[in-house]
Design a binder for this molecule. Structure first.
Ligand code: PSU
Ligand code: MN
Length: 318
């Protein structure tokens, strides 16, 4: 069975896609692995509401019993959010077949969600922060290289989907992540500022490869990139809203401490990202979770407007 054979869109998503109405894909790993309960289910619901307020249909993607669900109902979201820790597999491109071969739930990361979105004909996808090149991937003071590079980056190079995020996650090596995306031919654009958003903070002190003034300009760029048919996605980066943002310094010290502890405890592989996010939540006394929740919802709102703009542009074509 191909990916297409396994797609199970909800009736609402199916109807919206058939009619050319705007649809925004949302991932589920941030529900199962990225945030604690009950913030995870609250942010999942708030993201869906934000997509709707922007005039698009939300399509949260997850795996259940070998099917790729597109569009979860309230009970599904709750089940995923309350599943016992460790019982939900984190499905990415390399683990997709394993996740589909098991009974029960699996959550989709950015890479797996992009695969599903592209197969279903969904062009816009919102998440919090993408995975990328981890610090120390190329080795650091006395340590061997880990070569830990998220499959999210490869997916951006091969699935034609616009991913709206608040920047690569702050736990990563941002300059190396940008270099990798450039090598793989993925455009990265910051909206409304020259600097890359820093995930927890609005800035990162790293210049964005491209920037556009506003969302309308971002929509035009996304449309022209996707029209070229290059096969790659595009990364649209919007900063966390000011009222929930951490300062770059505060975010940095929490991230540095968490990364050092993960190193000392030998945490690596797919467990690393969830471990770091949980530790940062503790170290920042809730400020990290507050920023994370706010940025996810904001990304969903922007993605909804982007999807609506793309649908409008389609209907204006001769
Ligand atoms: N963004 C968040 N929280 C998350 C993630 C992203 O705000 O939990 C998840 C995404 O699903 C992303 C994954 O694809 O972390 C990256 O994991 P890794 O570094 O192991 O590839
Ligand atoms: Mn990894």
């Amino acid at each position: 069975m191909t990916v297409e054979d396994r797609l199970s869109p909800s009736a609402e998503v199916r109807a919206a896609l058939a009619a050319g109405r705007p649809v925004v894909a949302l991932e589920s790993t941030l529900i199962s692995h990225g945030l604690p309960y009950p913030q995870n289910v609250a942010v999942a619901r708030a993201s869906e509401a934000a997509v709707r307020e922007s005039g698009a249909v939300p399509a949260t993607v997850a795996i259940r019993d070998g099917r790729l669900l597109i569009g979860l109902d309230g009970a599904d979201l709750e089940a995923l959010a309350t599943a016992p820790a460790g019982s939900v597999l984190k499905a990415a491109r390399p683990s997709l077949a394993v996740a589909l071969g098991r009974p029960g739930w699996a959550a989709t990361t950015v890479s797996a969600t992009m695969i599903v979105a592209a197969a279903a004909g969904i062009r816009v996808f919102a998440t919090g922060g993408i995975g990328g090149v981890h610090r120390g991937a190329l080795g650091s003071a006395g340590a061997a290289p880990t070569l830990d590079i998220s499959s999210d980056l490869e997916e951006l190079a091969r699935s034609p989907v616009a991913v709206v995020c608040a920047g690569p996650k702050a736990i990563l090596d941002l300059p190396l992540t940008l270099e990798y995306l450039e090598t793989r031919g993925v455009p990265v654009v910051a909206v409304g500022q020259d600097e890359m958003p820093g995930f927890y903070s609005r800035g990162s002190s790293v210049r964005a490869p491209q920037s556009v003034r506003d969302e309308a300009a971002a929509a035009r760029l996304v449309a022209s990139h996707l029209d070229l048919g290059l096969g790659s996605g595009i990364l649209v980066c919007v900063p966390v809203p000011s009222d929930a943002a951490m300062t770059l310094d505060a975010a940095r010290s929490a991230v540095d401490a968490a990364v050092a502890e993960a190193d000392a405890n030998g945490i690596h592989g797919p467990a690393l990202t969830p471990w770091l996010l949980a530790r940062i939540a503790e170290l920042t006394g809730g400020a990290g979770v507050r920023a994370n929740v706010a940025l996810i919802e904001h990304d969903a709102r922007v993605a909804g407007r982007l999807a609506a703009a793309l649908a409008d542009a389609d209907s204006a074509r001769p």
